[in-house]
Design a protein around this ligand. Structure first.
Ligand code: UD1
Length: 430
C-alpha cells in the first residue's frame, strides 16, 4: 500500500485549487438514476469514491463517459462527466460493490422511485460508528415502499409507485435527506421533509433536481417541500466546491504558518469553521477568486468546538482541527456529537507527541511546543488528513501509512501541498 512521506517545518505559501465536493458529487451522480436522459456534471473531482460509484452505477446499466481534455485544462481542473440511465438493467446493488462506501446505499431511493424496486446491500464505509440506515427505511416506508431486510440486503418495493407524505427525521441525517428528496421527486403528490439536513450539498442536489424538472422548495432549511412529477429530464450542473477540502487546507496553513489562497473556495459554505479559525489567530479574507488564509508569527490560540449539523462546525473537520489544537498555546476541548467513534486519530496524533485526553465524546487537548515526526497509520478519511496536517508542522519526518483512505476524498493532495512549499511525497508500494 502507498505511503506518504512528509518532512515537516515548512510554511505554506502560494495558491492551490479547491476541487468539487465529494459529498455533492456522489448524490448528484446517483440522481442520474432518476431520469432516462443524460445528466452532465461539471467539476467532478478525481477520487476513489467517485470511481467506485461509477462501477456501482454501471452495474445498474448507467452509461458513463468523461470529456476529453480541453484547452486550458490541467490535471487540477475538475472533470465533466455524462451519465445516462435510459436502460436500467439491474436494480440490485451487490455487497461487493456497496460494502466499501456507505453513500452507495443511497441508490435505493432513485431505484425504488423510478423502477418500483431495489435490492441494496447494507452499507460499509468509514469505520466511524455504527451508522445505521433506519431513517432511510422509515422515510421510504412513509412514501409507501414495502421494505424488508434479508441476508444483509434491504429489499424495497413500490409496484404502483411512491406516494408523497410527511417524513419527520428524529435526528438530522445528510444521507437520509438526500435519499428521501430524490425519491419524493418522482412520487405522486406532496412530500414534506421535516428536520431535514441543511448542508450545502443538499442545496446543490436540490438545484440539480430542480434543473431536471423537480418541484422542490426549502432546500437549505429545516423543512423541504417536494411536489412529485411524472418524469425528470437531462440537465447540466456544476458540482459545488468542497468545503471540507477548503477547511482542511485552511487548517494546514493555520498550523504551519504562511499565506495561501484557496482558489475557487466559497466562504459562505463554511462560515462557522472559518470563524473558529479566526479565533485561533489565522487571518482569513475573501478574495475575488477564493479565500486567503494567513498566519504569521503569533502562536495558535486555543478554541473549543462542538461538532453539529450545518451550519454548525462540521464533524468532517473535527480531526483536522484537533491536529491544529495540538500546537495551541493552552488547552482546548473538542466535543463530537455526530458520530460516536470518531476519535481514532487521537492515538496517532499522540505518536507525534500530542497531549490529548479522551472522556467519552469530549477530547481535551493540551497544546505542546513541538510535535515530532513519526510513522503513523491512517484510519479513516478525515482522520488521515489530520495526520498529514500534523506532519506538515512536526519536526522531522512523518510517514502516513494506509493512504488509500486519503485517495477516497482528497484529490492530488501531495501535489496541491507541494505547490505551496510542503515537502511531501507519495511512496508507491513496491
Ligand atoms: C454524510 C457525509 C459525511 C459526514 C456526515 C455528517 C456524505 C457522502 N457523507 O454522511 O462525510 O460526516 O454526513 O455530516 O455526504 N443516522 C442514523 N440512522 C440513519 C442515518 C443516520 O441513526 O438511518 C445517524 C448516524 O449514525 C449519525 C447521524 O445520524 O450519527 C448523522 O449521519 P448522516 O448525516 O446520515 O451521515 P452520512 O449521510 O452517512
Amino acid at each position: 500500500m502507498d505511503k506518504i512521506r512528509i518532512v515537516g517545518g515548512h510554511q505554506l505559501n502560494g495558491s492551490l485549487p479547491i476541487s468539487g465536493a465529494k459529498n455533492a458529487a456522489l448524490p448528484l451522480m446517483i440522481a442520474s438514476l432518476l431520469s432516462d436522459e443524460t445528466l452532465t456534471l461539471e467539476n467532478v473531482p478525481r477520487l476513489r469514491d467517485v470511481a467506485q460509484l461509477t462501477h456501482i452505477l454501471s452495474n445498474h446499466g448507467v452509461d458513463y463517459s468523461v470529456n476529453g481534455k480541453r484547452a486550458g485544462e490541467d490535471a487540477m481542473t475538475g472533470q465533466t462527466v455524462h451519465l445516462n440511465a435510459a436502460n436500467i438493467v439491474d436494480t440490485t446493488a451487490p455487497y461487493e460493490l456497496v460494502s466499501t462506501m456507505r453513500a452507495s446505499f443511497w441508490v435505493i431511493g432513485p431505484l425504488v422511485a423510478r423502477m418500483g424496486q431495489a435490492r441494496v446491500s447494507l452499507p460499509g464505509g468509514c469505520a466511524i460508528g455504527t451508522r445505521p440506515v433506519d431513517f432511510f427505511i422509515d422515510g421510504l416506508r412513509a412514501l409507501g415502499a414495502e421494505i424488508d431486510i434479508e441476508g444483509g440486503y434491504v429489499n424495497a418495493r413500490a409496484t404502483k409507485g411512491l406516494v408523497g407524505n410527511r417524513v419527520h427525521f428524529p435526528k438530522v441525517s445528510v444521507g437520509a435527506t438526500h435519499v428521501v428528496m430524490m425519491a419524493a421527486a418522482l412520487a405522486r403528490g406532496e412530500t414534506v421533509i421535516e428536520n431535514a439536513a441543511r448542508e450545502p450539498e443538499i442545496v446543490d442536489l436540490a438545484q440539480c433536481l430542480i434543473g431536471m424538472g423537480a418541484k422542490i422548495e426549502g432546500a437549505g432549511t429545516e423543512t423541504i417541500h417536494i411536489q412529485g412529477v411524472d418524469r425528470l429530464s437531462g440537465f447540466t450542473h456544476p458540482v459545488v466546491p468542497d468545503r471540507i477540502e477548503t477547511g482542511t487546507y485552511a487548517m494546514a496553513v493555520a498550523m504551519t504558518g504562511g499565506d495561501v489562497t484557496l482558489e475557487g473556495a466559497r466562504a459562505d459554505l463554511l462560515e462557522n469553521a472559518l470563524e473558529t479559525l479566526r479565533g485561533t489567530g489565522a487571518e482569513i479574507t475573501e478574495t475575488n477568486t477564493g479565500i486567503r488564509v494567513k498566519r504569521n508569527g503569533s502562536g495558535i490560540a486555543p478554541v473549543d468546538v462542538v461538532t453539529e449539523p450545518f451550519p454548525g462546525f462540521p464533524t468532517d473537520l473535527q480531526a483536522q482541527f484537533m491536529a491544529l489544537m495540538t500546537r495551541a498555546k493552552g488547552t482546548s476541548r473538542i466535543t463530537e456529537t455526530i458520530f460516536e467513534n470518531r476519535f481514532m486519530h487521537v492515538q496517532e496524533l499522540a505518536r507525534l507527541g500530542a497531549d490529548i485526553h479522551l472522556d467519552g465524546q469530549v477530547a481535551t487537548i493540551n497544546g505542546v511546543e513541538t510535535l515530532n515526526g513519526a510513522p503513523v497509520m491512517a484510519t479513516d478519511l478525515r482522520a488521515s488528513v489530520s495526520l498529514v496536517i500534523a506532519g506538515l508542522a512536526a519536526k522531522g519526518e512523518t510517514t502516513v501509512n494506509r493512504v488509500y483512505h486519503l485517495d477516497r476524498g482528497f484529490e492530488r493532495l501531495e501535489e496541491k501541498l507541494r505547490r505551496c512549499g510542503a515537502e511531501i511525497e507519495r511512496i508507491a508500494a513496491s
